[in-house]
Design a protein around this ligand. Structure first.
Ligand SMILES: Cc1cc2nc3c(=O)[nH]c(=O)nc-3n(C[C@H](O)[C@H](O)[C@H](O)COP(=O)(O)O)c2cc1C
Length: 197
């Protein structure tokens, strides 16, 4: 049996007084309890993530892509990951610019790897954000996981760092089972044959 999959739990919001770390911390706990993952929290607030991109494209430049030194630990964490769990809020019916920057500065780091989503926000629970992310990540050859968690009305539906809904851990397990299946299948495939991106 292969070792646990390296899972990057990405904290997508970098706003002052953000709620994101609360959701990400709960999601990381669920992933650790699942047993199939070695869990690493990757908080986008910890890295240099400028909006202005270089002239070259990360798709064509590969390892020579000129990223800022302060982004190097983020790039290394994304490169090492076998799977991603993106924790995203909804801003104006989409996902935050910080997350788009993290996506756009990379290419091979996403390709042929699975991505699951935990979203939160107002009435729609971040579903608009996730729909947009699914669309964008498919352009980077990532595989998005069908089942995700969407937490609406976060101000009343979270208490003491956890969702009020008692079924949430069960939904998380279903999502993580699917993510682990895809992480194993895609890791085996990447190791057997280089992905033709
Ligand atoms: C600029 C901005 C736009 C927002 N737009 C939406 C929205 O379209 N839909 C929604 O459900 N919540 C929206 N919200 C509420 C956020 O989902 C909520 O504030 C959440 O806590 C943001 O995540 P964060 O605290 O981790 O940054 C918005 C918040 C901000 C700051």
């Amino acid at each position: 049996m292969k070792s646990a999959h390296n899972l990057a739990v990405i904290v997508g919001s970098v706003r002052e007084n953000r709620f994101g770390p609360t959701v990400a911390s709960w999601a990381a706990e669920q992933a650790a309890a699942h047993g199939g993952f070695e869990v690493h929290t990757v908080d986008l607030a910890d890295y240099d993530l400028p909006l202005a991109l270089p002239d070259a494209s990360p798709k064509h430049a590969g390892d020579d892509y000129p990223r800022p030194a302060g982004m190097a630990p983020l790039t290394a964490a994304l490169t090492r990951a076998d799977a991603f769990l993106v924790v995203t809020p909804e801003y104006n019916h989409s996902y935050p610019a910080s997350l788009k920057a993290a996506v756009d500065w990379h290419f091979t780091q996403w390709a042929a790897k699975p991505v699951a989503f935990v979203s939160y926000g107002g009435a729609a629970g971040g579903r608009h954000a996730v729909l947009h992310l699914e669309n964008v990540l498919s352009e980077l050859h990532a595989v998005t996981i069908r089942d995700g968690l969407a937490f609406p009305l976060l101000y009343t539906e979270w208490r003491d760092g956890s969702p009020v809904d008692p079924d949430a851990p069960g939904y998380a397990k279903t999502m993580l089972d699917q993510l682990a299946w895809w992480a194993g299948a895609l890791r085996t495939a990447r190791e057997a044959i280089p992905y033709p991106a």
